[in-house]
Ligand binder design. Sequence first.
Ligand SMILES: *Cc1c(COP(=O)(O)O)cnc(C)c1O
Length: 382
Amino acid sequence: MKIETLLANLALNSDFKDPYGASHFPIYNTATFDLKKQEGNERIYDYSRSDNPTRNALENIFAKAENGFGCVCTNTGIAAISVLFETVLKNGDTVLVENDSYGGTYRLLKVLTEKNNIKTIYTDFTNLNLVEEELKNNEISLILCESPTNPSLKIIDLEEIGKLSKKYNTLFAVDNSMATFVSQKPLDLGADFSVFSTTKFISGHGSVTAGAVVSKTKELHQKVRFYANAYGNAQSPMDVYLTSLGLPTLVYRMKAQEESALIIAKFLKNFPQIKSVKFPALEDFEQYGLAKKQMSIIPAVLTIQFQDEETANQLINNTKLFEKKVSYGTSDSRLEIPAKMSHATNSKDSLASKGIDNATVRISVGLENTEDLIEDLSQALQ
Ligand SMILES: *Cc1c(COP(=O)(O)O)cnc(C)c1O
């Protein structure tokens, strides 16, 4: 089944058995379930922290969308990453992480280093030799990367990293928040886990924070489920419902946003105060070939380097449609300064080594009319 079809009818494709044939799966906002009334049922529910029919419905959709064995939905994207760490790491283990990672992942790993003696090695995953060198010289328990990374917008060759993870017998997780399962399927490329924030493109309307962990095998999935229950970070039925509302339109939103973002990226290149515009769908993008091979839709996130902080601020302060907000992938367009906002917890040195500073602006292109967006940027840059 193609992804559009899977997402168009969630009640049907989640295998949710509703006695009334409801067209959307119902919200079971309940803490407990009567065990006597479920005698003879295929699946028994007792307590919503452990399991809930509404959450199961969304989990079934995500597992199918990622070609995984099973999924656990969590209350935030970071909760998904934290459940993943709880599942696969023990005190003293070493994680190999791409050096352009989400600010919250960086912060979480710092906490785990301080509290649980987890060692984190950061390296540049676009250089496979560097990755292999670390795998050779260290006992690595888990490899973690995003692709595209942000704000640097590096494309990581997931298939190649997958091969290395097999060669060195290490678990491999991809944070698929930005591209989503609509555009790329990490488990098909050799990953053991696809973790993602559904706060971004997937829910798509900036109305909820949520996440998910999809595991490739039954064994890994059961472990994730066990830890999610032990730590109590499963997603609430109401938030599952809010998240699900974004799904039927996800493919079409991402396509429209990509198209608009490409026009905007080309437009922004004309301004002398802008040094560079990074967007993987631009033909002169450094890794254009790999981006197009690995992703069917390019997520509408642009990274703009201004000549200086002043001109960057001029844009930020004068746009009306692009509000100053973190996050991306939502219906509304927005912009932010990663060094001061989304990635403020990453070290200044590591940001500087990637050329990310106060003159770097990240733009997320939403679903507004493209001409209106161009007009807004144009007046702000005058
Ligand atoms: C936003 C984001 C997260 C964290 O998700 P939350 O829902 O904000 O907790 C993790 N990884 C990436 C790549 C993100 O963009």
